[in-house]
Ligand binder design. Structure first.
Ligand code: MN
Length: 230
């Protein structure tokens, strides 16, 4: 059946419903994993072999010791607290983690890092990171840092293009994290951890792109989860 991959769903504050985009489910399934959803709870079930921190809205700035800028967006406190605790618990057990978009930022904050609450007011970037193009379509380039997890799984490729749906970005890196890729404006587009076996965060949405390159990212994650399972 393949390794069991727990995906954190998004939460709708108004309708009190959990939601998850089908692309996450298909990407895990196609990569050879068995996807399940993880709801807020105190401990990680023993049968979980890998965790995907999925995309979503903003993280409460108070959780990284900042007051909210007026440009910050909607927050889901219940989700924030759950995912931060989940990420720390998963790191402790060395469970492979893939953080996507918001998930990469959760990973960074869980390790003591910070994020820009809004790129347009807190950085000098003039690059469009909130694309107005179909979800699978890549709209900006990234440059990959050598000797990182991303470089290894893409066989030392130096540059590629990705989709982009974010107005926030990693600012101060969390403990043990390393930059794997940057966009032209210097913003962090991917991170990995130097000590754990597979901890990767990407600012784009690989599950939506469905390219061979992005499928490699999922198969490497599922492979790591298989290793953890054994
Ligand atoms: Mn971007």
């Amino acid at each position: 059946m393949g390794p069991i991959i727990g995906i954190t769903p998004d939460y709708d504050n108004i309708s009190n419903r959990y939601k998850v985009h089908e692309d996450y489910v298909s990407a895990v399934k196609d990569g050879g994993g068995y996807p399940i959803l993880l709801f807020p709870q105190l401990s990680i079930p023993a049968f979980i072999d890998g965790i995907i921190l999925s995309g979503g809205g903003d993280i409460d700035p108070l959780l990284f010791d900042e007051e909210p800028l007026k440009e910050s967006g909607e927050i889901t406190p219940q989700r924030d607290h759950f995912e931060l605790a989940l990420c720390k618990a998963a790191l402790e057990k060395n469970i492979p983690i893939l953080g996507i978009c918001r998930g990469m930022q959760v990973m960074n904050i869980a390790l003591g890092g910070t994020i820009y609450q809004d790129i347009s007011v807190q950085t000098n970037s003039s690059l469009k990171h909130n694309q107005q193009a179909p979800r699978p379509y890549a709209t900006h380039s990234i440059w990959i840092e050598q000797s990182t997890l991303l470089a290894a799984l893409w066989r030392n490729k130096e540059k590629t293009t990705v989709n982009s749906f974010h107005h926030q970005a990693v600012a101060q890196l969390g403990k043990g994290l390393r930059v794997c890729a940057r966009s032209q404006d210097g913003l962090v587009e991917a991170i990995d951890h130097t000590e754990y076996s597979f901890v990767l965060g990407v600012q784009w949405h690989p599950e939506a792109m469905k390219t061979e390159e992005q499928k490699l990212l999922f198969s490497a994650f599922i492979k790591a989860a298989t290793g953890y399972q054994k």
